[in-house]
Design a protein around this ligand. Sequence first.
Ligand code: NAD
Length: 309
Amino acid sequence: MKIAIAGAGAMGGRFGSMLSTTENPVTFIDLWAQHVQAINAHGLLVHTDHGDERVHVPAYLPQDVHGSFDLIVLFTKAMGIAPMLTALKPVITPQTHILVLGNGIGNIETISRFVPKDQIIAGVTVWSAALNGPGEITMKGDGGVTLEALGSNEAPFFKQVVQVLQDAGLKPTASHDVLAAIWRKAALNSVLNTYCTILDCNIGEFGQLPDHDAMIDGVLSEFSQIAAKQHMHFDAADTKQLIVAQFPDDKNGLHYPSMHQDMAKGRKTEIDFLNGYIAKVGARKHIATPINAMLTALVHSKEKLNELQ
Ligand code: NAD
């Protein structure tokens, strides 16, 4: 199976490195020229639980890629999906499947503008990674992938993908309700990423705030209303339990969520695909979502201040 990793940052680097240990040829595709150059010059430097290694996988800018791929694993940020797929149009064929595991709601709709649904495999992952700079990532800890073919989980190609992920040690689980998993993760991120970014704190510190309960409930109750309107399965109580379980130091208490890190680096956040998605649908369907709308505005305001300062 010819595999391209489109968006070879932290997560793309991790998946590409792990997939490159299988017999399937892997190619990195990224828009960041310095990163592409560094990977081609020295290999991707990877810090793992077992030490450091250099992973030698060819890297290309999208406009320099030729041929075609059986599987494109998309790991741009949510707002990078459409630009990346636009750039890759010449190498996407009716046989190419797109696997999307990134955070946020609405990614499937975006990808559907480029390929039919039966060429899309969607999911969530609890693997993590960090991009330290051009050509260097840290990929530590354990994880897993939950995924579903939007065509059919019985399709031979989907089964092959699950086997390849298994061979790479990525611990895949085929699901029949991946949208629920996507919404649950998006709701968790819409609480922890967003509040920790606005309040400039880590997850444990957020959990110690006297008002954290009300802040969580506000976001999740609006998620519930929008999910119900879209006939989506969403369990606010279960999601809250998952959020609270992250507070202890030996869970994720000491961790600053990725949105906090993006903001600190002056990068754009995925807010429009988290709280912003709820606010946008709320406005369209005339459902009041003032909390998610305000949180979206606050994060955009911080992004703007980053630009101005
Ligand atoms: P990332 O920022 O590391 O990489 C995403 C893209 O941004 C890559 O194409 C990368 O090259 C580019 N990029 C990064 N820094 C850049 C810079 N300084 N200049 C130019 N380009 C730059 O993103 P990620 O953490 O791999 O996340 C990808 C998706 O996976 C997102 O949807 C994220 O929410 C999700 N996700 C991330 C993690 C994690 O632990 N990092 C875990 C689960 C899900």
